[in-house]
Design a protein around this ligand. Structure first.
Ligand code: FES
Ligand SMILES: [Fe+2]
Length: 443
């Protein structure tokens, strides 16, 4: 439903209130705001596309989305990575309709126009000479992303020629990405194809929740946290209440849940990892990163705007060892009240095949469409849409006011960069995702 046809910066100044730490419910339901996001945010910012390990060889490709646009991510004959709009330059048909494969190029099923891996038009329906020299075929190559780059095997692309370098866009967040994604010499690989499922909620709900929401872990996931982590709910609460949340800058946010005081000495360092990997972590991470990593129970992050991750050690056999899973995911916008989650599991290349399998199972059982945690979340997130879409209910605010108590409490001398706040209950970092969103929408 269109709220207003011409929303301007002044409207967006009001829709997120930094002073009060609230945001209008409309930004989670209004379709005209959603349309403006495509233009002002998703067309401007770096977006996560895929992982290096998904396209190891020339000709390898996967089909993806950059917000609402379909794209093809492939590795060219020269080894370079291409990100192409998956839309035929003849009449716009979706060009590549398979999820993944290896090819020398892409041929449209409608009239047969053919394109190379770099998007160059190679052939039309029949002899190109039939156009009698009246068409400049160079203008009919596939549209490519303006910039493509990667960090720690994570491939990002943007439509924006003016975008800062990816390294600058990620900035201090790289230090925290390293804690989970750059711990061994060979780096990580993706386990299998992405899981994809639709949730009836705005994409920002997921981005904010992974920015990250502490109290919900105890409440909505309460009964399964003990079964999954093998520690009492009170200890989970203590971990979240007294562990830091980090604003890494540029809208990137996350949490570092530590082993709570009550369990120190009972839970080993690097809980949930095999000794052979821990040895490599100790070689690759810096002293400061090791200081933070050793006592972590897991971690949750959102790289602005819609790329998130979660790591957690899961126990599924009574008395069995905890197994860490690491999921990365994109909250793909479909409409103001619908998103599609794309979810992959990552594991270190150096891990044993047995451990990779266990890590995959731990992920599927927790953070996947059938996973215990995602089923809880999807129910709550769809509940937001159901709760705020009416004429009366859409008029209220989303409340992040725990931030008022915590936003001035920055931990001095925290070992990592950015701003560290003393509690994952603080709502400061969740709200920061929306403050960054507001910057793009008012620009
Ligand atoms: S639409 Fe692709 S060849 Fe015509
Ligand atoms: Fe959750």
């Amino acid at each position: 439903m269109l709220l207003k046809e011409n929303l301007g910066p002044a409207d967006f100044e009001q829709l997120v209130d930094e002073q009060k730490a609230t945001a209008s419910r409309l930004i989670f339901t209004d379709q005209s705001i959603f349309e403006l996001e495509q233009e002002k945010l998703f067309a401007k910012v770096w977006l996560y596309i895929g992982h290096d390990s998904e396209i190891p060889n020339p000709g390898d490709y996967v089909t993806r989305k950059m917000a609402t646009d379909p794209v093809i991510l492939n590795r060219g004959e020269d080894g370079n990575i291409n990100v192409l709009l998956n839309s035929c330059s003849h009449r716009g048909t979706l060009l590549c309709t398979t999820d993944t494969g290896n090819t020398k190029g892409f041929t449209c099923a409608y009239h047969g126009w053919a394109f190379g891996l770099n998007g160059d038009l190679k052939a039309t329906a029949d002899d190109m000479n039939l156009y009698d020299g009246k068409v400049d075929f160079d203008t009919l190559n596939l549209k490519s992303a303006a910039r493509v780059d990667s960090y720690a095997g994570l491939i990002f692309a943007t439509w924006n020629n003016e975008a800062p370098d990816l390294a600058d866009f990620l900035g201090d967040a790289r230090w925290y990405l390293d804690l989970y994604r750059k711990r061994t010499p060979q780096g990580m690989e993706v386990l299998g194809a992405p899981h994809r499922w639709v949730v009836e909620t705005n994409w920002k709900t997921g981005a904010v929740n992974f920015g990250a929401d502490g109290p919900h872990a105890v409440k909505v996931h309460g009964p399964i946290t003990q079964a999954t982590f093998g520690i009492p709910p009170q200890a989970v609460r203590d971990s979240l209440l007294y562990s830091p949340a980090i604003s890494m800058g540029n809208g990137h946010n996350g949490i570092l849940p530590f082993i709570p005081e009550s369990l120190r000495g009972q839970v080993p360092a690097f809980t949930g990892y095999p000794a052979e990997l821990i040895e490599l972590y100790e070689q690759c991470l810096t002293t400061a990163q090791l200081e933070v990593s050793r006592d972590l129970l897991g971690g949750v992050q959102t790289m602005f705007p819609n790329f998130s991750s979660v790591q957690a050690p899961a126990i599924f056999r009574p008395g069995g060892p905890p197994i860490n899973m690491l999921a990365i995911r994109v909250w793909q916008p479909i409409s103001a009240t619908q998103m599609e989650i794309w979810n992959w599991f990552l594991v270190e290349k150096e891990a044993s095949e047995e451990w990779k399998h266990e890590a995959m199972l731990a992920g599927v059982r927790t953070f996947s469409p059938g996973g215990t945690f995602d089923q809880d979340d999807a129910e709550a997130w769809a509940g937001i849409t159901a709760g705020i879409a009416g004429q009366q209910s859409r008029q209220g605010d989303m409340n992040f006011q725990m931030a008022l108590a915590y936003r001035d409490q920055i931990i001095p001398d925290f070992p990592g960069p950015g701003k560290a706040y003393p509690s994952i209950y603080g709502e400061v970092t969740e709200f920061d995702v929306l403050l960054e969103w507001q910057k793009y929408m008012t620009a």
